[in-house]
Design a protein around this ligand. Structure first.
Ligand SMILES: Cc1cc2nc3c(=O)[nH]c(=O)nc-3n(C[C@H](O)[C@H](O)[C@H](O)COP(=O)(O)OP(=O)(O)OC[C@H]3O[C@@H](n4cnc5c(N)ncnc54)[C@H](O)[C@@H]3O)c2cc1C
Length: 384
């Protein structure tokens, strides 16, 4: 049984399949997904209100087109429930599916806060095209959203929904936006930008509960404050989907643990994308998964290839105050050197011996590709 089976039709699963087909047009390829298998770019979900795009307009290809393009059997609406590593089979509802090699491109689940109150059904999150479709439908006659979380996804939706004419409140327990990515002065620039759109920022307190209030909701904060809204959008983080791997006895920590060849602790099972932890790194972004897809495609086509990650700065899609950042892990020895005027911030993180380890650019600095390229060139690779 020689079939290559990929579980997941997100950017990781589909990009791997595309790269693999460039090298091997013949091997049977089966792709299984619990969603509808349409090909879309997830980063577009947080710019859809600005562009006035419905979910159907964000889908780039139908599943029929993907079957033809990839010369693959694609099974949609099918959840893989278990992996039998000895028999090399997958268990899906009412069926056993054999595999030769298996790739887990399972993505990450949204982290759901434990909230009090009686309006949990008004708390949404947007992590795939179907979530986006549901949210747009709900928002058809609504005007006020309370976002939980002022990280990358929360800030992007705050900007996007504001551009779409929706009134936005953001609740962030840490005292500033993008606290995990930016130094303080850069966070301040983004907060000023969002405030200039009318976004109300509530720092220092968490959300305790969401209550029904007439046709809308009342969001209760830990200091007792209440914020009125129509619905709540939760954006407090993602967790790699590791359960399937763990139950099958594969090693998983923050993500499914793989080596530089994207191989798990089982020689015939690989993991890629948001689900994977590559040499201790969980990078929930597009560029790392593209690099991994190219390397893994070669390995699966018979040319074992280790993945390399160059420095890969991340853009935060807050057009009111654009951001480009190459973050620094907490606790890294060194200090930020900051140049700033208004919302234009250039912050460079240097080690005690003067090596550039990270940077954060906002406003006009983020718009300068020359500055971004020059700083990126100075950074060490993420995985050499
Ligand atoms: C709103 C938003 C904006 C973003 N913007 C950016 C950006 O600007 N730049 C950037 O670099 N990154 C961005 N990201 C992150 C980036 O989009 C992700 O890193 C990437 O899309 C993850 O792709 P993936 O294929 O690993 O996971 P997913 O797209 O989540 O795909 C997972 C797939 O696995 C399937 N699946 C899971 N479990 C099972 C199962 N048991 N059985 C069958 N199928 C299963 C799902 O159905 C799905 O098809 C953004 C993320 C979000 C949410």
């Amino acid at each position: 049984m020689n079939t290559l089976v990929i579980v997941g039709t997100g950017l990781a699963g589909y990009n791997l399949a595309k790269e693999f087909r460039k090298l091997d047009a013949e091997r049977p390829l089966l792709i299984i997904t619990q969603d509808d298998g349409r090909n879309y770019s997830k980063p577009m979900l947080s710019t859809g209100f600005t562009k006035g795009k419905a979910a159907d307009e964000l889908a780039m290809n139908s599943v029929e087109q993907m079957r033809e393009q990839l010369k693959a059997d694609i099974r949609t609406g099918v959840a893989v429930n278990a992996i039998d590593r000895v028999a090399r089979t997958l268990q899906v509802e009412g069926e056993i599916i054999p595999y030769g090699d298996l790739v887990l491109a399972l993505g990450a689940d949204v982290f759901r806060p434990a909230l009090g109150g009686d309006a949990g059904d008004r708390v949404y999150s947007i992590n795939d095209l179907q979530d986006y479709a549901r949210f747009r439908e709900v928002m058809a006659d609504k005007k006020k959203v309370v976002i939980i979380g002022g990280g990358l996804i929360g800030c992007e939706f705050a900007n996007d929904l504001s551009n779409g004419g929706i009134s936005v409140d953001v609740v962030e327990p840490v005292g500033r936006v993008l606290p995990a990515l930016l130094p303080e002065r850069a966070s301040e620039a983004v907060a000023n930008g969002l405030a200039s759109l009318g976004v109300k920022l509530h720092f220092g307190h968490s959300v305790k509960g969401v209550w029904q209030d007439g046709d809308g909701v009342s969001v209760e904060l830990s200091n007792g404050e209440r914020i009125a809204g129509d619905v709540v959008l939760s954006a407090i983080g993602l967790r790699p989907r590791t359960q399937l791997a763990l139950v099958a006895g594969l090693k998983a920590e923050r993500g499914i643990v793989v080596d530089r060849f994207l191989r798990t602790s089982d020689a015939n099972i690989y993991a890629i994308g948001d689900a994977a932890e590559v040499e201790g790194k969980v990078l929930l972004y597009v560029l790392p998964l593209m690099a991994a897809a190219r390397a893994l495609a070669k390995t699966l086509a018979g040319q074992p290839t280790a993945v390399m990650y160059p420095a890969m700065p991340v853009q935060v899609k807050t057009p009111v105050c654009p951001v480009v950042v190459s973050p620094v892990l907490p606790g890294t020895p060194g200090a930020w050197e900051v140049e700033a005027e208004g919302n234009d911030v250039k912050a460079v993180f240097k080690s005690p011996d003067g090596q550039t380890l990270g940077f954060a650019l906002t406003g006009a600095y983020a718009g300068s590709s020359a500055i971004k390229m020059e700083l990126t060139r100075l950074l060490p690779p993420i995985l050499a």
